[in-house]
Design a protein around this ligand. Structure first.
Ligand code: ARG
Length: 418
């Protein structure tokens, strides 16, 4: 019997190969999906073969990931709990769908992944796999065996499975959209991460450039089509990948892109999460700022609620939930006029938008200016303010009178405000 295993080349999935062989007697087919993790894919294939898989697939899904997942996240300003740009969460359903494809090709409906029972990734893999292939059987050896990392490391040592030295310290998951670092000393939420946790973002003050820099981002219908000179016109997915890689490198060099927060996992655990996501943070911030220029306050307020819901669904493994498609349709409708240019300035780890423009800008300098040339008729404001505050003013009067009556009757004490 064959089993198709999602294989990253890391500790969990390497242990999983051997476990599927010895415990279940399966022929293991490994599937490594390239979502821009920048690992040595040849070395991963060799590692899988050294552990004895019968077949290995390497699938380049970077363009699909950029176009069909990351760009949706940009349009949705996808930040789970206001912070995490969802890199891992976005890649999981794509990886799961590729494993389902391979299993079909290999004539099996037994699927496997290396997730533990404590994380979100099991939720994302299981639900996507079941949604795409309802009759499949899913095996998750690390979860099923309740293995800890120490037990896994010991098992790997006994079985002669090679483990990268970084994997001994941290559990890493990375792709085009970000890098998640977990485990080791990061589990002490009351301590600053050590510098060696970071690979993408320059954290050494001595190595940060002394100058500031600008990043020019051009958007068309809510998605970036150029960052500085790197372009991705007309849905050019190859260009999207290059643009995001470029932004990661540049913002990371200027020290921008670290996230360190407490996150609520689907399974109820609060965890300390550390990420590097230079491109995601700068692009989403620029996109948000452009939206503020072209959308009405009503659209912005409503879209924020949709964004929160979108991020929660993406985070919690419900990428294929029909509501997600509904939200995406709403979001797409809001993006019709989200076209224009945004300039982000970076300096020693900080970044901010310093300029924005759009042919559809609702910003009217004539209305906004405090100088001469104003087109705003201030005399209209007086009546407006009176009506705007009407209920608040009435409520304050009514309550004050009520309180004064009770003081007279000796029921209430005289308060400072009374
Ligand atoms: N907390 C993040 C998430 O749930 C990152 C998970 C990283 N996964 C990993 N296997 N290290 O999306």
């Amino acid at each position: 019997m064959r089993v198709a295993l999602a294989y990253s080349g890391g500790l969990d999935t390497s242990v999983a190969i051997r476990w599927l062989q010895v415990k279940y007697g399966y022929d293991v087919v490994t599937v490594t999906v390239d979502v821009g993790q920048n690992d040595d894919l040849k070395a991963i294939e060799e590692r899988a073969k050294a552990i004895g898989v019968v077949k290995h697939y390497t699938i380049d899904a970077r363009e699909e990931f950029a176009r069909d997942y990351v760009m949706l996240c940009v349009k949705a300003n996808g930040l789970y709990e206001g912070k995490y740009p969802l890199a891992t969460a976005l890649a999981r359903p794509l990886i799961a769908s590729k494993v389902v494809d391979v299993a079909r090709k290999e004539g099996t409906d037994i699927l496997a992944h290396g997730c533990t029972g404590k994380g979100n990734d099991q939720v994302r893999f299981d639900i996507t796999m079941k949604a795409l292939s309802p009759s499949c059987t899913i095996i998750a050896p690390i979860r099923d065996m309740n293995m800890t990392r120490d037990v896994e490391l010991e098992f790997a040592r006994r079985e002669g499975i090679e483990v990268a030295s970084e994997a001994k310290r941290y559990s890493i998951d990375q792709n085009l959209w970000g890098r998640a670092i977990e485990g080791g000393d990061l589990e002490s939420a009351d301590k600053e991460p050590s510098a060696d946790a970071f690979r993408w973002v320059n954290v050494d003050p001595k190595l940060l450039p002394d100058d500031s820099c600008y990043m020019h981002i051009e958007f068309d219908h809510g998605v970036p089509v150029a960052i500085d000179d790197v372009r991705a016109d007309d849905g050019d997915a190859r260009g999207m990948v290059e643009m995001i890689e470029y932004a990661n490198e540049k913002a990371g060099r200027y020290g921008v892109g670290i996230i360190d927060h407490i996150e609520d996992r689907v399974v109820g655990i609060k965890s300390r999460e550390v990420y590097e996501a230079p491109a995601a943070l700068t692009i989403i911030e620029a996109h948000r700022e452009l939206e503020k220029l072209v959308l009405t306050s009503h659209q912005l307020r409503f879209k924020q609620m949709v964004e929160q819901q979108w991020s929660m669904l993406a985070y919690s493994g419900l990428w294929l939930e029909p509501l997600m498609a509904d939200l995406n349709r709403f979001i797409d409708s809001t993006q019709e006029y989200v076209s224009g240019k945004v300039t982000v300035k970076m300096y020693k780890g900080s970044f901010r938008v310093v300029a924005r423009s759009s042919p559809y800008s609702l910003y009217d300098e004539g209305l906004a200016t405090y100088s001469k040339g104003s087109t705003f008729d201030q005399s209209l404001a007086r009546g407006f303010v009176e009506l705007w505050g009407l209920q608040s003013i009435v409520a304050n009067r009514v309550r004050r009178n009520h309180h004064e009556d009770r003081v007279m009757q000796g029921v209430d004490e005289v308060s400072m405000h009374g």
